[in-house]
Design a protein around this ligand. Structure first.
Ligand code: FAD
Length: 367
């Protein structure tokens, strides 16, 4: 890769700026650097924090292999997920295993190590990583000018990999469409439970999830509407009492283990852009299309769109060939359509609490 041009310490010129160093951005930056492009990767956070979102399906195997990460994921940064247990639409707990899945078992990742490893791979391939927040941008007919901390960056192309936060998308003049509201209230705790399967249990005001993680940890989450999530965050006793009302999750998430661990809240509403590409930018990962965590599709989609997005931008930078960009945009639309059909069908399978607001909102699709 050629050196990134600098007029002074704070003025940079490059082929592409990737905003957001989550899985989508790190994979896209690495891809473009390997194509020989000058790439700056911006991320607002100073460190790679522990993040919720750990289930990666076995279908990601070929992509991980292509990235050279498969042995590392299989042996170091994950637990093998041998199956999913769920009580959904009925009181019984059913198991889905991966025996007939051609890709085999999936994984429960150590997200912090996984994300860090993808960032390291981008830097190793020549990407310049700046831990700065994009604060503003302006577009002209040659490209995009970005302000991030003390840096002024001029670039021909920008890859928006900033996740589901609306800020960067809004700066580009695009509007993120949102599905029915969904908030997660969650905690991590120490656990000696050797069962690595994930458990999902529907409840009157939402659904619960727990899964084993590497290093003898578990994650426990309750997905519900904003108001209830906020009130459970304020009162942990209520959270524990709601947990006790569950049939299966309460057995996995032994109450004593969570009495001292902090609760966190995060929005998990799915969303998408009507157009994932424009004259000088492309959106990848959650910034292009994000999913209900029930689907466990987010990380897979981040890696997939990071790879495809880098390929499409490379073709425009090389030969002004926009055909891959159009294909990419159509692919995002078809992913979104297939996902909507599947998730609507899944929520409609739960008919035990037709009078409950959570199920009414999610069975309608949007508030
Ligand atoms: C509760 C919950 C549970 C989930 N569970 C799963 C699961 O089990 N399996 C699964 O596959 N997916 C799951 N997901 C989804 C998954 O976490 C996301 O799909 C995935 O992280 C998307 O990756 P990304 O790179 O697109 O975005 P992100 O990982 O969100 O990364 C975006 C990055 O952009 C940076 N950024 C944002 N704004 C700026 C700015 N202005 N300037 C610079 N940097 C900026 C952020 O700091 C961040 O690092 C879950 C999500 C939630 C909320």
């Amino acid at each position: 890769m050629g050196q990134i041009q600098t007029n002074s310490l704070t003025h940079l010129h490059c082929d592409a700026v990737v905003v957001g160093a989550g899985p989508a951005g790190a994979v896209a930056a690495r891809g473009l650097s390997l194509y020989g492009k000058q790439v700056v990767l911006l991320d607002a956070s100073q460190t790679t924090r522990q993040k919720i979102g750990e289930s990666l399906p076995g279908a990601a195997r070929p992509m991980l292999n292509k990235l050279g990460l498969l042995p590392w994921v299989e042996h170091l940064a994950s637990l093998t997920n041998k199956g999913n247990l769920s009580s959904w639409g009925e009181n019984k707990l059913r198991e889905t295993d991966f025996i007939r899945d051609p890709y085999g078992c999936g994984w429960h990742l150590d997200r912090q190590r996984f994300d860090q490893n993808l960032r390291d791979a981008a830097v190793d391939s020549g990407t310049l990583l700046l831990r700065e927040r994009l604060s503003s941008l302006s577009e002209n007919d040659k490209g995009i000018h970005i302000q991030a901390g003390k840096f002024n960056i001029s670039t021909q192309w920008m890859i928006n990999a900033s996740g589901s936060s609306p800020f960067v998308t809004g700066q580009l003049g695009a509007v993120r469409q949102k599905d029915a509201p969904l908030f997660a209230i969650y905690t991590w705790y120490e656990s000696d439970d050797p069962d690595t399967r994930s458990v999902v249990e529907a409840a009157p005001s939402g659904w619960w999830y727990t899964a084993g993680l590497p290093d003898r940890k578990r994650v426990l989450a309750f997905f519900t509407l904003a108001e209830l999530a906020k009130s459970l965050l304020r009162n942990k006793h209520h959270f524990i009492s709601a947990l006790k009302d569950t049939t299966y999750i309460s057995k996995q998430a032994i109450q004593e283990n969570i009495s001292t661990t902090p609760l966190h809240i995060i929005e998990a509403t799915a969303g998408y852009l009507k157009q994932a590409v424009s004259s000088h930018w492309i959106a990848v990962g959650d910034a292009a299309v994000s999913f209900d965590p029930l689907s466990s599709q987010g990380i897979y989609n981040a890696i997939y769109t990071g790879l495809r997005g880098a390929e499409a931008v490379n073709a425009v930078l090389n030969d002004n060939d926009r055909s891959l960009l159009f294909q990419y945009d159509n692919r995002i639309k078809s992913i979104r359509d297939a996902y909507r059909q599947e998730v609507s069908q899944y929520y409609r399978q739960e008919q035990r609490w037709p009078e409950e607001l959570f199920w009414q909102v999610h069975q309608m699709g949007r508030e």
